[in-house]
Design a binder for this molecule. Structure first.
Ligand code: KG4
Ligand code: ZN
Length: 340
């Protein structure tokens, strides 16, 4: 096999049109992200129909830019990788069809990547020394998974949310306290000036045995707090609400992650997904890992939120195993991360 494998990766599962060229899975030659946040902000959330249209408008330029910035010619590309789920079906279809077209036109193998697997693999880009096994806490807008990464491409799901995803809770609370969209980064920012111990919101741990999560009770508790204060004409300190809500989420995520590491006798912990860029979560897990003498690794914020470099990384390990897709590849909006 060649000593340099170049993968062109495409990601369009939600509101970022992204393309990247990645060498040997871990060396990112380009990572172009065209965000639609400014457009969706107006509506307080992602409008699927608008997202699909914008992907169609942007995808050609984004892919061209990724190739140009990587200084890579079409001949040098060894495979085309694309996210095929989970995500918004119309948005996914844009990337999948574009990738299928390129694979056919350029006669290059096609590699289908699960978006959540991509998030986990972002850790390999940031930490060149990282090798499985490790525990990965994946928290994004649509998913909250505690995963045991047994080997490259081999996962055991230890726990997941039974209702809202962590990111979804951040987005909903941000809307309720008038911060707007996207909620996670705004709560993160506002929480810095609030008191995280001001209001004791519930830590929903379900029961001690499970590694599953539940965030809908916390969300209701925060909304009730705001509602009751308004009814009593009491002033609500939004910074304190943001900081106390964030602390409740972070404490549960960190506690369960440490529990998973103990369960698997695994000394390495990683973070992934948009919520992984939360400054308090990063700080709290770092502290917990130091206490327990675990190695803690996390992607830089730009590799936590949606990007195509992480897809190119996950695709490299599939390339090594000759796990290729064919022209029948379809978008799977409800694709799960399977136990392998
Ligand atoms: O992984 P991602 O970019 O897209 C999905 O696959 O869903 O995650 C987006 C989610 C959103 O809910 C967003 O509010 C949240 O990640 N997020 C954050 C932060 N940055 C993004 N949540 C908390 N703190 C942040 N700094
Ligand atoms: Zn994502």
């Amino acid at each position: 096999m060649k000593d340099k494998i170049l993968i062109l990766a495409i990601e369009s599962s939600c509101d970022e049109t992204a393309a990247a060229v990645v060498e040997n899975g871990r060396n990112v030659l380009s990572n172009i992200i065209s965000s639609q946040i400014e457009i969706h902000k107006e509506f307080g959330g992602v409008v699927p129909e608008v997202a699909s249209r914008k992907h169609i408008e942007n995808i050609n330029d984004v892919v061209e830019e990724a190739l140009a910035e990587a200084n890579a010619s079409v001949e040098e590309i060894d495979a085309i990788a694309v996210t095929y789920g989970p995500g918004l079906v119309g948005a996914l279809l844009v990337g999948v069809n574009f990738a299928k077209g390129l694979s056919y036109a350029w006669s290059k193998p096609l590699i289908a990547v699960n978006h959540i697997e991509g998030h986990i693999n972002a850790n390999f880009i940031e930490d060149r020394e990282l090798e499985p096994p490790f525990i990965c806490m994946v928290a994004s807008g649509g998913h909250t998974h505690l995963v045991y990464v047994k080997d490259y491409g081999k996962y055991e799901i230890l726990g997941k949310t039974r209702d809202d995803a962590a990111g979804e809770a951040f987005d909903k609370i941000a809307r309720a306290i008038g911060l707007g969209y996207p909620g996670g980064p705004l709560i993160d920012k506002v929480a810095k000036t609030g008191n995280r111990n001001a209001i004791k919101f519930p830590r929903v741990v379900i029961d001690d045995e499970t590694l599953d999560f539940s965030f809908s009770g916390l969300k209701s508790a925060v909304l009730n707090y705001i509602h009751n204060s308004n009814q009593k004409n009491e002033e609500v300190n939004m910074e304190d609400v943001a900081a106390s809500f964030q602390e409740a989420v972070v404490e549960v995520l960190a506690m369960k992650t440490i529990k998973a590491a103990k369960l698997k006798s695994c000394g390495t912990i990683a973070l992934a997904g948009g919520v992984a860029s939360n400054s308090r979560l990063r700080e709290a897990l770092q502290e917990e890992c130091m206490k327990h003498n675990y190695k803690f690794t996390k992607p830089s914020p730009v590799l936590c939120t949606d990007n195509a470099a992480m897809i190119g990384c996950a695709a490299y390990y599939k390339y090594l195993n000759k796990q290729f897709a064919d022209a029948s590849l379809n978008a799977l909006p409800n694709l799960e991360l399977a136990d392998l």
